[in-house]
Design a protein around this ligand. Structure first.
Ligand code: PHE
Length: 341
């Protein structure tokens, strides 16, 4: 008899109910009045009187075990049920709930500048960030050992002093002009590198946009008018500009362009250092030597060029006061440009 009880206990312990039907089958077999346990209780009368008490106890144990197992099976089935209820039907037509990033302020300014110049017929060119001395300096009229090379602290490759990280996008001018025929109306945006200590106002890498226009009869008036149009498009129609004489080895004459401070509208603030003006770019008429270095007849063709820092323009446009913020990937900074996306 106890063999039978052992087998029952094992069967109860191993019982599983994955569906309501299986639970009901278990209930009928072990819990209901017609269960196998009912049969066992009915057997009591066939047991010798001295063994009845022990037998009764064993049967009761099985009953308890069966009831505990029943509760366990019910809770198991319920939690499986709620699990399937909480995964609500999936609507595949809904857009995915992904936290999308925002456009980086430098990307925004880059795109705006390209857009503005494309409207007046400029195309966009690209060039290598690792440059040779010829394209970064020599062809741009930087004489050998001339102090002008030190205007831009350069990262040279140690094993080959002829190779450097480009210090400006003017190198792209050379690459385009030596390989193609004028006229040119080209914009060259890209990353540049300078060996500077990183601070709020300087970084070892930043971005520039170079522009150059070469054709017959291009004069200073074209340069001024083009840049005036650009400043008004980017900073607003009431923006004023002024040109200050400057020096670059590759342009003659050279000028830096200031715009009326877009923050205080020229009244004076700490961004424009109370002058009412902020510098935004360098420019000039391309030096005839540069054209000749690229095989362009400087008697026939003239041109102008300009270069500006994207970080600086973005600083003025968005009043960012620390250059480092652009490359730190701090979402508290980046989230402030959500409206641009
Ligand atoms: N390449 C110059 C710089 O990095 C900017 C510039 C470009 C000036 C073209 C004049 C003409 O400072």
């Amino acid at each position: 008899m106890s063999e039978k009880i052992k087998a029952l206990k094992a069967e109860i312990s191993a019982a599983k109910a994955k569906t309501q039907e299986e639970l009901e089958a278990y209930r009928l077999k072990f819990i209901s009045r017609k269960s196998v346990l009912g049969d066992l209780f009915a057997d009591i009368k066939n047991i010798a009187p001295e063994d009845r008490k022990a037998f009764g106890q064993e049967v009761n144990e099985v009953k308890q075990l069966a009831e505990e197992k029943f509760k366990e099976l019910i809770t198991g089935l319920e939690s499986a049920d709620t699990g399937s209820k909480s995964s609500a039907p999936v609507d595949l037509t809904l857009p995915p709930n992904i936290n999308l990033g925002t456009v980086h302020p430098l990307t925004y300014i880059h795109n705006r500048i390209v857009e503005i110049f494309q409207k007046i017929g400029f195309n966009v060119a690209d060039g290598p960030e690792i440059e040779d001395d010829f394209h970064n300096f020599t062809a741009l009229n930087f004489p050998e050992n001339h102090p002008a090379r030190e205007m831009q602290d350069t990262f040279f490759i140690e094993s080959n002093p002829d190779i450097a990280l480009r210090t400006h996008t003017s190198s792209v001018q050379i690459r385009i002009m030596e390989n193609q025929k004028p006229p040119f109306r080209t914009l060259a945006p890209g990353r540049v590198f300078r060996n500077e200590a990183i601070s709020a106002r300087a970084h070892c890498f930043f971005h520039q946009v170079e522009g150059f226009f070469v054709d017959k009869n291009v004069g200073l008036v074209d340069l001024k008018q083009t840049l005036y149009y650009f400043a008004k498009e980017l900073f607003g129609q009431d923006t004023k500009v002024r040109f200050r004489p400057s020096y670059f080895p590759f342009t003659e004459p050279s000028a830096e362009m200031d715009i009326s401070c877009n923050i205080c509208k020229g009244k004076g603030c700490n961004i424009c250092k109370y002058s009412g003006w902020v510098e935004i770019l360098g420019s000039g008429m391309i030096d005839p030597n540069v054209l000749e270095n690229c095989g362009i007849d400087s008697e026939e063709y003239t041109g102008f060029a300009f270069g500006m820092g994207i970080e600086r323009i973005a600083m003025l446009k968005f009043q960012v006061n620390d250059l480092r913020l652009y490359s730190e990937n701090d979402v508290r900074f980046l989230n402030q440009f959500k409206h641009l996306s």
